[in-house]
Design a protein around this ligand. Structure first.
Ligand SMILES: [Mg+2]
Length: 245
């Protein structure tokens, strides 16, 4: 693992003018905020009346949501399908057996997204890092496969949006990370050359390989103890990025 603290590793960052940062679980604490939103949804929708265990429902939801997001990132499933099907599959796996399952799934998704954007936990150090990068003169942009409207609301948490020049979303260009098109689209917006850009993200299968493939430098935020050997730098906390940039 590169520490990013020595002069040699920092040399290749001297050309960097532009930073792209992933949103979920890099700036905005998605996993924590999502837990609250899901549990609230389960309660508000009265799911406890037919499903004995929230934990069981939660585990099914996480499983199907993860599977569907992998398909979405590959461009193999539409957003509207993902949103409803994750709840539909979790309901069915939890033995919900009324024939309004698609209706309930759709209502749960709306409730969940509504609850999600109200949550404001940021990843530790997020605001401090944004202020630091801003003070050092970097252009700061975000690059995310998350949904329009939802992502913009998340960036309002703690006033993160005041630091961001371009909010680049896969929905705007129709191409998801790690596919090359979204990185080319992002470059066309900011006008920087590949060697002037660094990507910071927590996903070793989307953020980092996609950015490397586009010729960008990469900083991998390893919060789940999953190595990503192709990353130029790996940090375990956002504030460690200050040692690199
Ligand atoms: Mg992420």
């Amino acid at each position: 693992m590169h520490s990013g603290c020595d002069c040699i590793t920092n040399l290749n960052m001297q050309q960097i003018t532009t930073v792209f940062i992933d949103i979920d679980d890099t700036l905005w604490w998605f996993s924590r905020n999502s837990e609250v939103a899901l549990e609230t949804t389960f309660r508000l929708m009265g799911c406890g009346n037919w499903c004995k265990s929230y934990d069981t429902f939660h585990d099914h939801y996480e499983h199907f949501n993860h599977e569907l997001w992998q398909l979405y990132n590959q461009g193999a499933v539409e957003k509207e399908v993902l949103e409803v099907r994750r709840f539909e599959q979790a309901l069915e796996a939890s033995h919900y057996c009324c024939d309004d399952v698609d209706e309930l799934a759709s209502a749960m998704n709306s409730c969940y997204l509504n609850q999600l954007v109200r949550q404001e936990h940021l990843m530790p150090g997020a605001l401090e890092l944004l202020q630091y990068l801003h003070d050092k003169g970097y252009e700061i942009n975000t690059l995310s496969n998350g949904f329009k409207g939802v992502q913009e609301r998340k960036l309002e948490a703690g006033g993160m949006n005041r630091y961001i020049t371009h909010v680049v979303l896969s929905e705007d260009c129709g191409i998801t990370k790690p596919r090359r098109g979204i990185y080319d689209y992002a470059m066309s917006l900011c006008g920087a050359k590949p060697e002037e850009i660094v990507m910071i993200g927590d996903d070793p299968t989307t953020d980092i390989p996609g950015a490397k493939n586009a010729g960008w430098k990469t900083i991998y935020l390893n919060t789940r103890n999953v190595p990503c050997p192709i990353a130029d730098h790996t940090v375990e906390s956002l504030l460690d990025v200050k040692k690199i940039l």
